[in-house]
Write a protein that binds this ligand. Sequence first.
Ligand SMILES: [Fe+2]
Length: 198
Amino acid sequence: MAKTLDADEILIQAAPLQHQQVHEIQPFGHLIKMPIALSESVCNESVTNLNQLLADTMTLRDLYKKHHWQVAGPTFHQLHLLFDKHYGEQNELVDAIAERIQSLGGVSLAMAPDIAEATLIPRPPKGREAVPVQISRLLHAHEIVLKEARTMAGQAQKRGDDGTNDLIVSDVIRTNEFQVWFVGQHAVNAPLVGGKGM
Ligand SMILES: [Fe+2]
């Protein structure tokens, strides 16, 4: 016959369990086999590439938020809004890349120290920078992402990993190219008034 629990024992069972230390269910760098008709080596190569792309996309995303907060000068309002819009779009890419990694049976990077260790984008100073420096920093970061994304898209296509290729081409490359256009136009020396014959 089942033992009847007294009130104290019932309350202990209902309390949330804290500070649990158990082993990881899947260590980083190890793949689980998913029934998606792709070989383990194909998934492994895609996961490695996507984790690099993820680290750089998270860094670029956070660079946009830093600049959103710290921007100064006559273009404050438009850049404050633009930087936050791009932050949001990069954040969607981060989620899509990380979830692609999990779909392939991998483990996505997630936490700031691991991202800092992996990213190829140079670390900015903690302090505020002038708009031209913010913009050239963003354009450089975009170019790092675009360069690796094109290489990775080509590699995924050769491996037959169409899903990864599509994500990188349709989402990562197109979004980054579009954002470069918008940000880059702020670095063109086009005066509002003046010029010859005016
Ligand atoms: Fe904000």
